[in-house]
Design a protein around this ligand. Sequence first.
Ligand SMILES: Cc1cc2nc3c(=O)[nH]c(=O)nc-3n(C[C@H](O)[C@H](O)[C@H](O)COP(=O)(O)OP(=O)(O)OC[C@H]3O[C@@H](n4cnc5c(N)ncnc54)[C@H](O)[C@@H]3O)c2cc1C
Length: 390
Amino acid sequence: MEQTFDVLIAGAGYAGAVCARSLAEGGKRVLVLERRGHVGGNAYDCPDEAGVLIHQYGPHIFHTNDSRVFAWLSRFTQWRDYQHRVVADIPDEKGGRMRYPVPFNLTSLETAFGPEEGKRLGDKLIAAYGAEKKVTILELRQNPDSEISALADYVYEHVFVHYTMKQWGQKPEDIDPNTTARVPVFLSRDDRYFQDACQGMPLEGYTPMFQKMLDHPNIKVELGVDALERLDLSGDVLKVDGVPFEGEVIYTGQADELFRFQYGPLPYRTLDFRFETLEKDDFQGYGTVNYTVDQDYTRITEFKHLTGQVLPGKTTIVKEYSRAYGGILGEIPYYAIINPENNALYGQYKALADRFPNLHLLGRLAEYKYYNMDAIAGRALDLAETLLAK
Ligand SMILES: Cc1cc2nc3c(=O)[nH]c(=O)nc-3n(C[C@H](O)[C@H](O)[C@H](O)COP(=O)(O)OP(=O)(O)OC[C@H]3O[C@@H](n4cnc5c(N)ncnc54)[C@H](O)[C@@H]3O)c2cc1C
């Protein structure tokens, strides 16, 4: 088969699409193969049967301090100003429930302990650490004042430990001893989930942003095509469609799958999303409510709060259930389980990839790590720049 492209990209998520556009603008002819029937990777959004714009693979909120990435993406979308706010919903001592902002802050303190007691504790924390500071619960635990160290235990128990165990199926300490140490208490009334300079949602949604990005005369996208059926890494040279290929290949799928799981599968957590459309304007008043103490699901997201969509009498929510990824058909690996053993296994696959100088592993699956959208977009821009400079 004649090769009419200079670069082959597997995957049309952030990693693949950002690289494709950058390389195309640098004069490269790019072929993008995407296994799914749509572009956008896990950031894909679409209207559901009720007409509510939903995020098929979980809620995605764009936030960044990287002005280069923000300016670059802004070529393909306008933005809706959206500041994400999350509350924890927990049982209270009177048999009811209460909600307070997470990350835990001065408002949370007053809700949890009552206005007066909460304010007194808040003043004490500010006197010790300063206003507007993020203090980790490890730091609080080390404070000789028993009220302050008891507060660390409260936050650990009510906001952190059960939620983390639902998410990862393990105690936080078993995942990474430093995880607990990093949980912050924010000595502020700023109840936004992120404090990044640029935050928002693509005005028309993520999918149109990706469609515009990939709409370039030098880019051809083939949907519903598995790159593994076109790539051959069994010999000394990389082949595409059975023919040696000297152009660049950017692979954004799973590294273990690329090499037929020859060292065994890389462990992941997957998520089950249960969508429900309700006959009401508003279900929960917030974009996301975290269930940090009880319930089997970790959180509920109500999309209309994120997207700003006006659709009277209907709203769609999604409940997220986390569990181990079994690698069976239809399951999606969402979160790499990063620990020394799994990193070493990943290193074996990376070494196989490194045998081919024109093969580049890029993205959350190919690199076996967690990236926010801005971070992977930045990495993709860097890789494209490096390849164009070659
Ligand atoms: C539940 C959840 C919520 C998130 N929320 C946020 C958020 O609020 N803000 C934020 O910044 N980030 C968020 N993220 C992170 C975000 O999803 C990632 O940054 C982003 O998806 C990474 O893009 P990617 O291109 O590396 O991977 P992906 O989006 O997974 O894209 C990879 C693409 O490659 C395709 N592919 C794989 N193998 C092959 C193959 N063999 N052939 C062809 N195609 C293939 C896949 O079908 C997929 O479309 C969230 C992640 C999760 C799991």
